[in-house]
Design a protein. Structure first.
Length: 399
């Protein structure tokens, strides 16, 4: 009898489970204010209205051409035409679609602000726009040209991300196998370092230069806070190796205005992305270049020699001289993902020119006798700190 009772309880329990599963199949609770949940499975792309119990209907069948549209969009968003895209091309793409052409000026969690002509729209992303398979962790970035469907109350929906002519990316902080796009469609990278507070970090500048070269971007180096140096010549001598390699150097002081006009000219009419540690004075420099920006400026922690983040996410700023600047949060690790030890030397031309002259073919340029690289360092032909940076970065990379 006890066995029959247990079997009866199991049968009742199984029946209850089947009934619960059937009920779940008939109704599906979805948060009405979550646009992504409602966007993914709509045939007419209109909001699904919940009933009096807050429940919306189950998934609708995907339209016949929706799958091909998503595949086409994935191919379009992953195109890299290495600078061949122009404003005329973006306008032509917009003319061939029913949507408006816009430019992303700020990106947040699942939302972005897009400039469409004279209006700024707060936009959600079409549910079919996914980063999966692109090698990147984000769908769009500041500077992207997008096709937007304007909605009510200064809101919109991003329907497509157009091909980029350039991009600046780094290894994603949480997903090491992916890259994060920091900025898109920019002309140049402005590397900002401070002479002191925090002290100039030459190895990080080298990493920025490598990142710019790998992304086919022109790099400018700005050494700020030179008013804290004993004399300007001290700063110039310390970074002379960069000038010898052909990089443009700009020495500035947001405090006394030195070099601000030269910096203003370098930014005029260009789309520029800024990179540098927190506290080096990026926001102060931009305010000096264009006082109308009225940017928040933070103080440096003198004990730890680190700045406080006043820029919390990338944002595009329009300058009065026609230029555009993408201000990024302080980036401590620019990321060298994908770069191998053997490839590193190509980003140090002064070292690469000496290859093949060492006594041993497998010379590591660290301790072996007859090393041409170390001879060049000893003679001053190669700056000692550049060689040390090369060795330090070399140890971080994979074979």
């Amino acid at each position: 009898m006890a066995g029959k009772a247990k079997k009866g309880k199991r049968a009742i329990s199984k029946l209850q489970q089947e009934q619960q599963m059937a009920q779940r199949g008939q109704r599906r609770s979805i948060r009405h204010n979550t646009a992504v949940n409602q966007e993914k499975h709509r045939s007419d792309w209109q909001p699904l209205v919940p009933d009096e119990f807050g429940v919306v209907a189950a998934r609708r069948i995907m339209p016949r051409d929706e799958l091909s549209r998503r595949e086409r969009q994935e191919r379009l968003s992953s195109l890299d035409l290495s600078g061949t895209i122009s404003q005329a091309d973006w306008l032509e793409m917009a003319d061939e679609s029913p949507f408006a052409l816009g430019m992303v000026i700020e990106v947040g969690q699942g939302l972005c602000r897009v400039a469409v002509e004279e209006e700024i729209l707060l936009c959600d992303l079409r549910g079919s726009l996914i980063a999966e398979g692109t090698g990147y962790s984000n769908i769009c970035a500041v500077g992207d040209r997008v096709l937007v469907q304007p909605l009510d109350q200064h809101q919109g929906l991003v329907e497509a991300v157009l091909p980029r002519r350039s991009r600046l990316a780094r290894s994603d902080s949480f997903y090491g196998h992916l890259k994060q796009i920091l900025a898109a469609n920019v002309d140049q990278l402005l590397i900002v370092a401070s002479w002191r507070q925090p002290h100039i970090w030459l190895e990080l500048i080298d990493e920025y230069l490598i990142g710019a070269a790998r992304n086919n971007l022109k790099a400018l180096i700005c050494v700020n806070k030179i008013d804290l140096a004993d004399q300007l010549r001290t700063c110039e001598t310390a970074v002379k190796a960069y000038a010898d390699l052909g990089h443009q150097l700009i020495f500035t002081s947001a405090t006394n205005g030195y070099g601000i006009e030269l910096l203003r000219q370098a930014l005029a009419g260009k789309s520029t992305v800024l990179a540098g540690l927190s506290g080096v004075g990026k926001s102060s420099l931009l305010s000096a270049v264009d006082p109308s920006l009225e940017l928040k400026v933070g103080e440096v922690n003198l004990k730890r020699q680190q700045g406080r983040h006043t820029t919390t996410q990338s944002v595009m700023l329009s300058l009065s001289n026609g230029g555009q600047v993408i201000d990024t949060p302080g980036i401590r690790d620019f990321g060298l993902k994908g770069l191998t030890k053997g490839e590193l030397v190509s980003f140090y031309p002064e070292i690469e020119s000496q290859l093949g002259r060492c006594r041993f073919r497998d010379c590591s340029h660290s301790h072996e006798p007859g090393c041409a690289i170390k001879r060049s360092v000893d003679s001053g032909a190669i700056a000692g700190w550049r060689y040390e940076n090369y060795c330090s970065i070399y140890q971080k990379l994979e074979e």
